[in-house]
Structure formats: structure tokens, C-alpha cells
Ligand binder design. Structure first.
Ligand code: NOJ
Length: 981
């Protein structure tokens, strides 16, 4: 092994150099053997046009339906490899989702089949009511409440469409690109002629790669092409992948014949509606890649893989939304094309793993999210404080630095909930171990933060410095739980921040309890724990793709060995999720009973929503990156992972004040709101700004805190429904084609808030699209804008201090308007209700509250109210009432847990919320000045003020009428009504 000094410098150059995206560090499809083979296959299919027929077929005599009629199984064969056997299984779940699995049977080796075990929360319940019928040509099942869904397994060629009302929604192998490379033995060199690869032409794709192509006579060349291309060994740059198992890739085409737009498969820096990868756009010539990677200075518009992978794709049309969830953990490339405006064809090529694909029939986006989260779990309800503002940089250099930063926030009355420490807190990057010189008093420092109701988040990366004085490494080594090199012996050693490092193998159950023990804040006999920490410290998991500075594509060699003998290639995309999952459990279990942990992860997979938040990694301080960050956070929500945000300010660079202000506006409207900056950047905490910027940012921070009840209520909803917190236009208005491509404005949960962040320089006006004939009120000025059923673009002022933010008519928002230094100081604050009347004069909204830190809400300790403003039939005036949703919908309360025990007099309601009242009600859009405003059942006239203006039913727009009711003396936790007449 070369010395660290050389590689260390190299690594630092890799990470710190301030040049742009290094394309040569990452493979293109043409540099990846199996992707190349997959694309070659689709090219041949395209060329052959209608004469192309899939060689895969079902042997009709093998079709078997399990006795309870639920599961279809059959033998499958490829005419090209008659000796190879495959088994196909189709299960229909209780909720209508169809699961298609195929594996090689009796092959030379076993394909990786455990991806679903990590991604799914449990084995899905298979429906017992499905009746399969087998005919000459196919086997089919008709199901659904209205018997409108049909899954057909066509025997020859194998083709599996899912239909609704006779219309194909999703089709597997419709293009005939299905191919599972069977295991085979390497052909002896004697039968092959080894030829060096031709000299690449300058600038040609693949140049820089020293590839050896084995040319072998292959009479049955098909998927593999005329030559056996990179089947048993592959080189990229200076790395050689030994591929001991040989080729085992999986090619699968999935068509959405009646859906012209597809979304999802995060994470990519691109538009929400996925651009085609087979057209003429020069930025999208490669397929979308899913291969968790630490991509330095990533491009703002590209199909290149980033830090996380969620193989879930939604397909949408004015008629329905459907989705596929392709549970593969290995590197995957996905081509997207459109044979017509109304249809989408996709081609997925994965390096290894069985075929395990869920077809989610929808037919609405709500249904798809329910179906998906029934599989992979709903997002977890975060600690309330984690929705506040997070202040981070690489690095706050000492405990006194942290104290000073806190003081400066307080001096300027800027709210903040969390201070973060990056890697430089640790001694030689041995996480958990503080640098004594600069952080001599970590517990006192944390207590100084906690005393103000705040928290700290400290980074713990997955690489362990190989040092005998680092107990974490020493113990992991002794336990034999480190990832192994390709020999399967010893410990894999790579390079990361600490220099020579090894990585814990979280697939090994022996690692789990050990990892949890490290986070204990109290001395545990015989264990090494983080006693110099407190339970006010939460965790940031970075570099968990994993990032390996001297590894191929800055990650682990694919032939490394994990628990169970699986190669890293098999599990790569799941690896990071296991790390954050275990950290999440570790942080929760520091206390008894457990408290809600906060864990931020950079790498993720399907299911990561169960373990906390993610961020979009090392973005650049550019307008382009600011804009694409919004789209990426939206896309993450579509992947089930709503708790997401981008580094406010941009990680690299020094944003000018205008950009920083706009970035705060973007961040304040993301579920996860954190400012962060690279070690080489200038300090840019908001208190350092000059006026007017400083004042504007302070107002934005305060706005975030004012709206925390709205965010928390939106989080509650997603814990039950899986619906994304940020809702793009196509989810809100699924039939409005004009909105399908819109990804720069969005709604927050079901609150009715619509935001259009400004992400361009010098902009003083914004265009906002209103998809419906409804009134929208400017959040700050109450100016009413009327949309149109045909869709209408309005132009609104957007000076630097004017964020385009609207309340949709028909919504009621609950806010907390008193400025505080941290969210925990707001828990007894009164509420303001803002009633934004719709064109017919009514409105509704929700408010969910609990203690924000414990799991007592699962026992029923919460307050969940519905506010309804309506005019009762035959009556005059408006009645605003508060209804107990905990009582009305206990089974939908939170975290999907059916609550048998909800009691309106629960201990949270009776303690923290006991005296919390509504201090103000603002009704926007009333048609006339009321004569009286009273609490129902009381004769006392309330104090109110009315400013006349446009009524909610008027088309003309303009400043709306506003009724302000002062202190109606009603309690938030109680049923009440206010009558306005
Ligand atoms: C990479 C992360 O993406 C970045 O946020 C962090 O500051 C550095 N690692 C140093 O830990």
C-alpha cells in the first residue's frame, strides 16, 4: 500500500479542488459492461422493429396456482438458453399491488435476493380472493372492488401487463428486453483470443479507460452481443473489478402505454418530469443511473447518479397515476423514452439481483403513495425541534465558537434550533472522540446550547480510522464485523477523511448492538461509549454511499465481501440506509423510554423515510443549483422521503447577499431547513449580513417558526398516508396537463399554502400558475387572485423581501406568531387562525400537536383538531368550529397506528396544552361587514375589526376583506364555535 502522505494529498485534492464536476471519476453507460450490453440489446431490438420477439416464455404446463388461489408460479425459459431454468412468481396483494418475481432456478450460483427484506417493512399480505384463470395463451387474474384491474401473464412471449378497465397501465417485457444473465463459468483463455482494446479516439466516450475486450465466438450471442464484453473482469480507470461471479445482470423493460409523464427514481439533479434519455438533449444521452455516489460538484442538470437511490417510478396521465417499484440494490441504469406523447417506455438494467418488481395500480397519486408506503413504511414523525432552523458549517472550530455563534443569533433575535458540528470536532477524524484542544468541554458546550431549548447535531461518518488507539475501530476489528476485501479474508482498507480506514459491515447482525452501544451517554461496563456526549446531541451520517477516496468511482470496490458472502455490488445502494437505520435506533435507545432521534443521512434507499432526513449533498452556490435543489426535494418526496432539503447558501462558493436571501426563502419552504458551507468558504451566518439583507433573512426565519404548526401538521399526515409534504402540481391537479411539467412551485401538505420560490438573480416579479377557478390570497397582503379552470398564470411582485406565498381559498391555517429564539420555547404559545374563504365562502384546516419529542403520541397523547368555516344551510353568517379529529378518526391519527386509547383528556392535552388558546382569528374574504361576532353559546360580543375589500366569491381580485377577531378566549384543545353574523 502506498503511503498515506501521497494518497492523502490526492484525496484532499479530489475533495477540495475547486474545479467542476469530474466526469472522468464516474462511469458513463458505455464504460459499464452490463449497461453497455443492456443498451446494445435495446438498440438491436429497435433496429429489428416488429420482428423483435422476446425469447422468454412461460411453460404452460408448469403454471401452478397455489391452493389458496393467490400465487401464480410457472417455469420460464429463454429459447436462446434452453438449458437454463427460471422461475416466475406473481402475487397479488390485498391492496391490489402485483408483485412479479423471477429468479434463475438451479443455477451455478445464487442471485442476491435480499433487497426487499431490507426495503420492506414486512412481507406484504397476499390476497386470498384472487381467481386466476389459465387459458391457452395466458393466465389472468381479475380483481379490485369493481373488478376493474387485470393482471395477465402472457405465455409466449412472456409479457405481463396490468390493465385497468381494459387499458394497459404498466407492461413488463412489452418491448422484449427482459434478460436475466445466467451464471456461467468463465471460458478458459485457451478458447479465447485476447486482444487489446483499440486505441480510443481522442475525446471519444470511454477514453482514459484501459479496457480489454475478450472476443469469443458466441453462437448464441444475444444480450451479450457478438463479443463477450466485460463478463468476467472489467477495468475502469486504474481499477479492476474481478467479477468472480461473472455476468449476472438483469435487463427489464417497463412500459406505461397510457402515461406520457414519468417522475421519481431519485436522486438526480434534473427536472421533476423526467427528461427522455434517448432523444436529442445532449445533457441526457446516458440513462438515469442509480448508484449511490459521492459526486464532487455535481452538474445541475444530468442523469448522473448522486448520493441516494430510490427505484420507484411514477407514471402519470390525466386518467391515472401508477408506479413501479423495482427492488434491486445493485447499480441500475434506466432509459426513458416516449414512443408517443401519451406513452412512456423505460428500460432498467441492473448489475445483479433477482427480478422483484411491484406494480402499483394507483389509480390516483394518493393510492400510489398508500400502496408504496404499505410496502416500505411511512415517513417517521420527526422530533418537532428538527423542523426548526439548523445552523451548520464545516466547521465551527471550537466549543467557544459554538457559544459565540449562539450568542450572535440571540443578540439579533434570530430563531435557531440546532447547531451542527462537522468532522473537525473529532481527534484525527476518530468520530465520538473530541479534539481536546478545541473542544475541551463538549458536555458543557451542549448544555449551554440545550439550556436555551436547543440541540446539537454532530457528525459520525461510517469510515473507522485504522488506529489501535481508536476503540471503535479496535472493537469492530476484534468482533470481525468489518467489510472484507475481495479475498473474503481480513479487513478492507480504503482512504477517507482519517486516512487509512475500514468500514463496519452493517449487514452483519453482530454489528448492530455494538453500534448502538457506542452512542450510550452513560458508562456501560465493558463497553466503550460516548460518555462525553449528552442526549441533546443528535447525529449526522455523511459519506455513507460509502465514499472511499481511493476507490473506484470514489466508493468501495464492487468485489468487496459483506456478511453472508454477498459482494458489495449486490448491496451497494442499500448500504448507506443500513448505516443510518442503525444510527437512528442507537440514538433513540439512548434513553428509556426512547425519544425521537434525529439522523440526517446523505445516502439513502427505498425505506430510508423510516430513519429520518436527507439532504441533497454538496451543491454549488449558484442560482442553477438553488433552482434544481427545489426539484430534487420534490422528487425525493415522490420517492417517499419527504424530510429533505438542500444546503442553504450552497455548499461550495460564497453567495452574494441577494443569493443568500433567496436561498433562505427556498430553505424555509423545504421540510428540512439547514444552512451549511464548505470549509473554504467565508463565514455567512445570517447575523453577518448587512441591512437590508439581514432584516429580510430574520423575517424569513421567523416566518418558518410562525408556520411550524403547519409543517408539523403536514408531517403528521405523511406518517399516515405517505403523501409527500411538498406537493407538485400534478398531485394537486392530476387532470391538468398544463401542470405536469411544473416543478418550481408547490403546495405544502394539505394546508393550502402555495409557494413559488424565486431562484433567479435580479427578479422582482414572479409568475405563478393557478390551475383552478379558485381564489388565492397573498399570504402577506391578502390580495386576492382568481384562478381559472382552464389554468391561468398570474404575475405577482417578488422583490427581494417578497416571497410569492399564497393561501388557497378554502384553507384554515394555524400559526404561532410570537417571535421566539427556538421552537421549544413556543410550545405554550397561543395560536392565530387564518381563515381563507373559498369562492363559495367556506374553509377547513387541521392542526396536529403533541409533545414533539417522545413516542407518547402513539398511545394517544396528542391534540388533533379540524377547523371548519361554513354557512349552515338555511342560515346566514359564518360558523367557525373546532372539531376533535382524534375522536373522529383515531385510526388515522399518526404513524399509521390504530389508536384504541385516544382520550381528549390525554396528558399532553391536559398539561402542555391546557391553557393554550386561540389569540386571534383572521377571516379573509367575507362578503360583508358582520353585525356581530360571538362564541356560540355566549352572549358576549367579541372584540373585532373589519376592513372592507374584495369578497372570496368576486372574480375581480384585489385586496380582500379582512375580519380580525381578537382573543376569542377559546382553547385549542376544546370543541367550540365562533358565529359571525
Ligand atoms: C461531505 C458532505 O457532503 C459535507 O456536507 C461535509 O461538510 C463534508 N463531507 C465534511 O464532512
Amino acid at each position: 500500500m502506498r503511503s498515506w502522505s501521497f494518497l492523502g494529498v490526492l484525496a484532499l485534492l479530489l475533495v477540495n479542488e475547486s474545479s467542476a464536476f469530474k466526469a472522468h471519476d464516474f462511469k458513463t453507460c458505455s464504460q459499464s459492461g452490463f449497461c453497455r450490453r443492456g443498451r446494445a440489446l435495446s438498440a438491436r431490438a429497435k433496429e429489428a422493429k416488429s420482428s423483435w420477439v422476446s425469447p422468454y416464455s412461460v411453460d404452460p404446463s408448469s403454471v401452478h396456482i397455489s391452493p389458496n388461489q393467490a400465487v401464480f408460479t410457472a417455469a420460464v425459459q429463454s429459447s436462446l438458453y434452453p438449458d437454463i431454468k427460471f422461475g416466475l412468481e406473481v402475487r397479488i396483494q390485498d391492496d391490489g399491488v402485483a408483485r412479479v418475481r423471477m429468479d434463475e432456478v438451479g443455477g451455478l450460483r445464487k442471485r442476491y435476493d435480499e433487497a426487499a427484506a431490507w426495503a420492506l417493512i414486512s412481507e406484504p399480505v397476499v390476497s386470498k380472493d384472487i381467481k386466476w384463470t389459465t387459458g391457452k395463451k395466458d393466465t389472468r387474474a381479475v380483481y379490485g372492488d369493481k373488478k376493474d384491474i387485470e393482471v395477465v401473464v402472457a405465455h409466449q412471449p412472456l409479457r405481463i401487463p396490468l390493465l385497468r378497465n381494459g387499458k394497459e397501465q404498466v407492461v413488463i417485457n412489452g418491448q422484449g428486453l427482459l434478460h436475466m444473465e445466467h451464471f456461467r463459468n468463465k471460458i478458459e483463455p485457451a478458447t479465447s483470443t485476447e486482444e487489446p482494446a483499440p486505441e480510443p479516439e481522442e475525446g471519444a466516450e470511454g477514453s482514459g479507460e484501459s479496457q480489454t475486450v475478450l472476443k469469443v465466438e458466441n453462437p448464441r450471442a444475444w444480450f451479450e452481443g457478438d463479443t463477450e464484453d466485460a463478463l468476467f473482469e472489467e477495468t475502469f480507470s486504474s481499477w479492476t473489478d474481478s467479477k468472480p461471479k461473472g455476468p449476472e445482470s438483469l435487463s427489464l423493460d417497463i412500459n406505461f402505454p397510457n402515461h406520457g409523464t414519468v417522475y421519481g427514481i431519485p436522486q438526480h439533479a434534473t427536472r421533476l418530469a423526467l427528461p427522455t434519455t434517448t432523444g436529442s438533449d445532449p445533457a441526457f444521452t446516458d440513462p438515469y443511473r442509480l448508484y449511490n455516489s459521492d459526486v464532487f460538484e455535481y452538474l445541475a442538470s444530468s442523469p448522473v447518479s448522486l448520493y441516494g437511490s430510490i427505484p420507484l417510478m411514477h407514471a402519470h396521465s390525466t386518467e391515472s397515476t401508477v408506479a413501479v417499484f423495482h427492488v434491486v440494490a445493485s447499480e441500475t441504469w434506466i432509459d426513458v423514452s416516449h414512443s408517443s406523447e401519451k406513452s412512456t417506455e423505460t428500460h432498467w438494467v441492473s448489475e445483479s439481483g433477482i427480478l422483484d418488481t411491484f406494480l402499483l395500480p394507483g389509480p390516483t397519486a394518493e393510492d400510489v403513495f398508500k400502496q408504496y408506503t404499505r410496502l416500505t413504511g411511512t415517513p417517521v414523525l420527526p422530533a418537532h425541534w428538527s423542523l426548526g432552523y439548523h445552523q451548520c458549517r464545516w466547521n465551527y472550530v471550537s466549543s467557544d465558537d459554538v457559544r459565540t455563534v449562539q450568542r450572535r443569533f440571540d443578540e439579533d433575535d434570530m430563531p435557531v434550533d440546532v447547531f451542527w458540528l462537522d468532522i473537525e470536532y473529532s481527534e484525527d477524524h476518530k468520530y465520538f472522540m473530541w479534539k481536546d484542544k478545541t473542544f475541551p468541554d463538549p458536555v458543557e458546550m451542549t448544555n449551554d446550547v440545550a439550556v436555551n431549548g436547543r440541540k446539537m447535531v454532530v457528525i459520525v461518518d461510517p469510515h473507522l480510522k485504522r488506529a489501535q488507539d481508536y476503540p471503535a475501530f479496535k472493537q469492530a476489528s476484534e468482533l470481525g464485523i468489518l467489510v472484507k476485501p475481495n479475498s473474503g479474508q481480513g479487513e478492507y482498507e480504503g482512504w477517507c477523511w482519517p486516512g487509512s480506514s475500514s468500514w463496519t459491515d452493517f449487514f452483519n447482525p453482530a454489528a448492530w448492538d455494538w453500534w448502538k452501544s457506542l452512542f450510550k451517554t452513560e458508562e456501560t461496563p465493558g463497553k466503550w461509549s460516548w460518555t462525553k456526549s449528552t442526549t441533546d446531541i443528535h447525529i449526522w451520517n455523511d459519506m455513507n454511499e460509502p465514499s472511499v477516496f481511493n476507490g473506484p468511482e470514489i466508493t468501495m470496490p464492487k468485489d468487496n465481501i459483506h456478511y453472508g458472502g454477498w459482494e458489495h455490488r449486490d448491496i451497494h445502494n442499500i448500504n448507506g440506509m443500513l448505516f443510518s437505520n442503525l444510527t437512528y435506533q442507537a440514538v433513540a435507545e439512548r434513553t428509556d423510554p426512547p425519544t425521537r432521534p434525529f439522523v440526517l443521512t446523505r445516502a439513502f434507499y427505498a425505506g430510508s423515510q423510516r430513519f429520518g432526513a436527507m439532504w441533497t449533498g454538496d451543491n454549488l452556490g449558484t442560482w442553477e443549483h438553488m433552482a434544481v435543489g427545489v426539484k430534487m426535494v420534490l422528487a425525493n418526496g415522490l420517492g417517499g422521503l419527504s424530510f429533505a432539503g438542500s444546503d442553504v447558501g450552497g455548499f461550495f462558493g460564497n453567495p452574494e447577499p441577494e443569493m443568500l436571501v433567496r436561498w433562505y426563502q427556498v430553505g424555509a419552504f423545504a421540510p428540512f431547513f439547514r444552512a451549511h458551507a464548505h470549509i473554504d468558504t467565508k463565514r455567512r451566518e445570517p447575523f453577518l449580513l448587512d441591512e437590508p439583507y439581514k432584516g429580510i433573512v430574520k423575517d424569513i426565519l421567523r416566518l418558518r417558526y410562525t408556520l411550524l404548526p403547519v409543517w408539523y401538521t403536514a408531517f403528521r399526515e405523511t406518517t399516515t398516508t405517505g403523501m409527500p409534504i411538498l406537493r407538485p402540481q400534478f398531485i394537486m391537479f392530476p387532470k391538468d396537463k398544463a401542470g405536469f411539467e411544473i416543478d418550481d412551485q408547490y403546495y405544502i401538505g394539505s394546508s393550502g399554502l402555495l409557494v413559488k420560490p424565486v431562484t433567479e438573480k435580479d427578479v422582482r416579479e414572479a409568475k405563478v400558475y393557478l390551475a383552478e377557478d379558485q381564489v388565492y390570497y397573498d399570504y402577506f397582503t391578502n390580495v386576492a387572485h382568481r384562478g381559472s379552470a382552464k389554468g391561468k398564470e398570474i404575475t405577482v411582485p417578488a422583490a427581494l423581501d417578497q416571497l410569492p406565498l399564497f393561501i388557497r381559498g378554502g384553507s384554515i391555517l394555524a400559526t404561532r406568531e410570537r417571535p421566539r429564539r427556538a421552537s421549544s420555547l413556543m410550545k405554550r404559545d397561543p395560536f392565530t387562525l387564518r381563515v381563507a374563504l373559498d369562492k363559495s365562502g367556506s374553509a377547513r384546516g387541521e392542526l396536529y400537536l403533541d409533545d414533539g419529542v417522545s413516542y407518547d403520541h402513539i398511545k394517544g397523547d396528542f391534540v388533533w383538531r379540524e377547523f371548519v368555516a361554513e354557512t349552515k344551510k338555511g342560515k346566514k353568517g359564518l360558523r367557525l368550529s373546532s372539531v376533535d379529529l382524534g375522536k373522529a378518526k383515531p385510526q388515522e391519527a399518526v404513524d399509521g397506528v390504530a389508536l384504541a386509547t385516544y382520550n381528549p383528556q390525554n396528558s399532553f392535552a391536559e398539561s402542555v396544552l391546557k391553557d393554550v388558546r386561540v389569540e386571534k382569528v383572521v377571516v379573509v374574504g367575507l362578503s360583508a361587514k358582520p353585525a356581530s361576532v360571538k362564541v356560540e353559546g355566549s352572549s358576549e360580543e367579541l372584540v373585532w375589526e373589519y376592513t372592507s375589500g374584495v369578497a372570496s366569491n368576486e372574480k375581480k381580485g384585489g385586496k380582500a376583506s379582512v375580519l380580525v377577531i381578537k382573543d376569542p378566549k377559546v382553547l385549542v384543545r376544546k370543541d367550540w364555535a365562533i358565529v359571525i353574523q
